[in-house]
Design a binder for this molecule. Structure first.
Ligand SMILES: [Zn+2]
Length: 385
């Protein structure tokens, strides 16, 4: 089949076009249509395909095989007929902003630090670029400053196919083992790279470039970044988050970090006070506890294992049988610690767990675990045995 004319190669701004339907065949999940020309960029080199419409049909996947671009659509088109194509222009422009921003950042990292871009992914909510070397926070800040400077300086961008001789003379990134058919994307004075995707025509169109995160990755580094409208959306979302935190904790917008630190500090102090108070209450309860010759069952609303252990160790002195402490509100079951001064618990572990629908174990002196029996079931078991 004849190769599809790539309208996005001629101009990245073409978002509607007329084309002739070469073929349209039914497939598992709809129809596959090939046109004489298309502005739909296929899924290629880490960038997802354009969406949009062909006549009344929705285009939901675009792929390329040997220069032929295939559109997956949901309605049958007449072969030999003419169809109007409309690509989702806003989504495409956002992709071009992000993709071009990535060229600027990767070009600068290569120029200044010599690292190569070895991976790229542009999804709906995130863009990542991988490098074969690591940068620190100051380096990243410097790259981000220079990338945005390149945006504000409005450098022209052009994409073209050099002749084999011209190509030989060019210094560019993503070098391919091809003598011809290599598409060069040149950002004047900033970067030159082999790439097949559509880009904006001027760095000014990229808008804000923000590197949101950088992490160690496969012996190098992965950066996450957003550009243009996506950067604006991310800024809006973050700003709204900070605003709601600032209102919730009554801190100024630019002081929420200190405000949250202060709160965490306060909470941890309060936790200390609460556990000291709880310990006092338990000591008090234990002192009040009447001695019983049988088993003793205590229910607590909550408690960590350490404080429950303290409680059972104190309470078992007040009974002649088994002392069992349960913690929880019953909804998610209970945590338990069981101990005794007179009864060997080891041989009883299985029986106790069976009776209270529990899981757990321990030693002859103490067993612990969790259970799902109701409070009534637990109490009736220990009062009967
Ligand atoms: Zn590109």
């Amino acid at each position: 089949m004849e190769k599809t004319i790539r309208l996005f190669d001629i101009s990245s701004k073409t978002v509607s076009f007329d084309a002739v339907v070469f073929s349209c065949v039914e497939c598992e999940d709809g129809y596959e249509v090939v046109l004489d020309r298309t502005a739909f960029f296929p899924e290629e080199g880490g960038q997802s395909a354009d969406g949009g419409r062909l006549g009344d049909a929705t285009v939901w996947a675009v792929s390329e095989r040997g220069g032929v671009i295939c559109h997956k659509i949901d309605k049958l088109l007449t072969v030999g007929g003419c169809v109007r194509g409309e690509i989702d222009a806003e989504a495409r422009f956002r992709k071009m902003q992000n993709h071009t921003g990535e060229h600027i950042v990767s070009g600068l990292i290569h120029k200044i630090y010599g690292f190569n871009n070895v991976g790229f992914h542009l999804g709906a909510d995130d863009m990542t670029a991988d490098f074969d070397g690591e940068l620190n926070e100051d380096d990243i800040r410097k790259i981000e400053d220079l990338a945005n400077k390149a945006v504000f300086e409005c450098h022209p961008i052009r994409a073209y196919y050099p002749t084999p001789d011209e190509l030989k003379a060019l210094e560019y990134r993503s070098k391919l083992d091809l003598a011809e058919g290599v598409r060069i994307v040149e950002i004047e004075g900033v970067d030159m790279c082999a790439c097949c995707a559509p880009h904006v025509e001027n760095t000014g169109e990229v808008g804000l470039i923000k590197i949101t995160e950088f992490i160690r990755y496969k012996g190098g580094m992965r950066i996450h970044m957003r550009c243009g409208y996506d950067a604006l959306d991310a800024f809006r979302a973050d700003y709204a988050q900070v605003k709601s935190i600032s209102m919730a904790i009554s801190a100024k917008h630019d002081e929420v970090g200190e405000g949250v630190d202060r709160l965490i500090d306060e909470i941890s102090k309060q936790k200390g006070t609460i556990s000291a108070l709880k310990r006092e209450i338990r000591t008090f309860k234990l002192e009040k506890l009447e001695y019983t010759s049988g088993n003793l069952v205590i229910f607590e609303d909550e408690g960590d294992m350490l404080s429950l252990r303290e409680l059972v160790n104190g309470a078992k002195q007040k009974c002649g049988g088994i002392c069992a402490v349960f913690a929880g509100n019953g909804e998610g079951g209970y945590k338990y610690i069981i101990s005794s001064t007179s009864v060997d618990l080891k041989p009883l572990t299985k029986e106790i767990n069976a009776a209270i629908c529990g899981r757990g174990g321990g030693s002859s002196e103490m067993i612990q675990g969790s259970c799902t029996a109701t409070r009534e079931e637990i109490e009736s078991y220990f009062s009967a045995r």
